[in-house]
Write a protein that binds this ligand. Structure first.
Ligand code: M6R
Length: 364
């Protein structure tokens, strides 16, 4: 079933142009500039009554949740944040009837996420799920939700399911935004952006040979940083997570804005940094952080856009196609999947079944 692919991880990231298209299929209402998400089981009045959004998931599903919180805040202007479900369930959380709780899970069987849902429901809260596996325990426990339609995911390192989670958050943000203050013009901009994503993922995957070359020297490092800020920070966190999982190199994500408050002390020729540098309103500040790293001899890889000027810096650059600023994180994440895979391949690791990890964590 692997066909031309040596590993499920690579097969699954190559499936993304098709699987991403499935996440959007039948869910965009171009005429009204909104998303159609009947499975949420929320009418306009219930959606309008939402005062906060709290997103819960574990591992990478939590990092995508951070991406989703940002999309909801930007497009719907509802305060939103993400928290690891594994922490939330143990801290006697305050459950608020005006908060929409969103549980995020590929497998739908992650024990920590399931118990967090139980805690919310016991206290009378409302939970919707972003879940891949149809009929799974989490899907059944939620009051409604959005199925990801990513198809079966076998590799422990999640790729296509995460992309569909991020796209589903884009749809949710659009839906919640359009019953508030998101203009139809902005909504159409987002709809066009979402529709462009499957093709743009394909463009990134076609750069695989070059990304593999960039990955090889990274695999030789004992430790590396992934940095980004604001929209780019969840991308950096997910990039570091993927790199750790399959290459076993220590990878730490940091906000580029925080480097000068401590971690710059670690920068040296032995510690490469993968920087997420979107072409947005923070680009000059991001490029400034790269200069700080370069001045201390730190090797740099920039995942960026063609319009970003990195002159005066010695950096490997990986350019991704430009989308709308709110959606760019979805595309900026794709090269991090390829970097992790090719670093692990260079090291000869068991990529689909990394040591100490299980695909679905059904124990506490
Ligand atoms: O099935 P889930 O999405 O609930 O799984 C959550 C995490 O265990 C999962 O995302 C984990 O971090 C992956 N191995 C990431 O690649």
């Amino acid at each position: 079933e692997l066909g031309e692919f040596a590993h499920h991880m690579r097969k699954e990231y190559w499936e993304q142009p098709a699987s991403a298209a499935r996440a959007l299929k039948g869910r965009l209402e171009e005429r009204f500039g909104t998303a159609r998400l009947d499975g949420l089981n929320l009418d306009a009045r219930a959606k309008r009554a939402i005062r906060r959004v709290k997103i819960l998931g574990c591992g990478s599903s939590y990092y995508v949740g951070q991406m989703g919180a940002q999309m909801i805040e930007e497009l719907a202007r509802i305060p939103a944040d993400a928290e690891p479900a594994s922490e939330f369930r143990y801290r006697n959380p305050i459950i608020d009837p005006e908060t929409l709780y969103v549980a995020v899970s590929q497998s739908g069987e992650t024990a920590d996420t399931l118990f967090a849902i139980d805690e919310i429901k016991r206290k009378g809260g409302q939970v919707v799920g972003l879940v891949n596996v149809v009929g799974s325990s989490i899907a059944r426990a939620c009051d409604g939700g959005i199925y990801l339609h990513a198809g079966p995911e076998v590799a422990v390192a999640s790729t296509k399911a995460l992309t569909n989670m991020a796209l589903s958050f884009g749809l949710l943000a659009l839906d919640l935004g359009r019953i508030r203050d998101l203009s139809i013009a902005d909504a159409k901009r987002i709809i066009d952006g979402l529709q462009a994503i499957p093709g743009q993922i394909d463009e990134i995957l076609r750069q695989e040979d070059r990304i593999a070359e960039v990955a090889k020297p990274l695999s030789a490092s004992a430790s590396l940083f992934f940095v980004g800020r604001v929209r780019g920070f969840p991308v950096a966190r997910e990039g570091a997570q993927k790199f750790k999982e399959v290459s076993y190199c220590h990878a730490e994500a940091y906000q580029s804005s925080e480097l000068k408050h401590g971690p710059l002390a670690l920068i040296s020729a032995q510690l490469p940094t993968v920087a997420i540098v979107p072409d947005d309103e923070l680009v000059q500040r991001n490029v400034g952080a790269l200069h700080e790293i370069a001045a201390r001899g730190g090797p740099l890889v920039a995942i960026t856009h063609a319009g970003v000027d990195l002159s005066g810096l010695t950096a490997e650059r990986i350019d991704v196609p430009k989308n709308e600023v709110e959606l760019d994180p979805i595309l900026l994440t794709i090269p991090t999947q390829l970097l992790a895979y090719h670093a692990a391949l260079a090291l000869g690791h068991d990529i689909d079944k990394p040591r100490n990890l299980a695909k679905s964590v059904t124990v506490e």
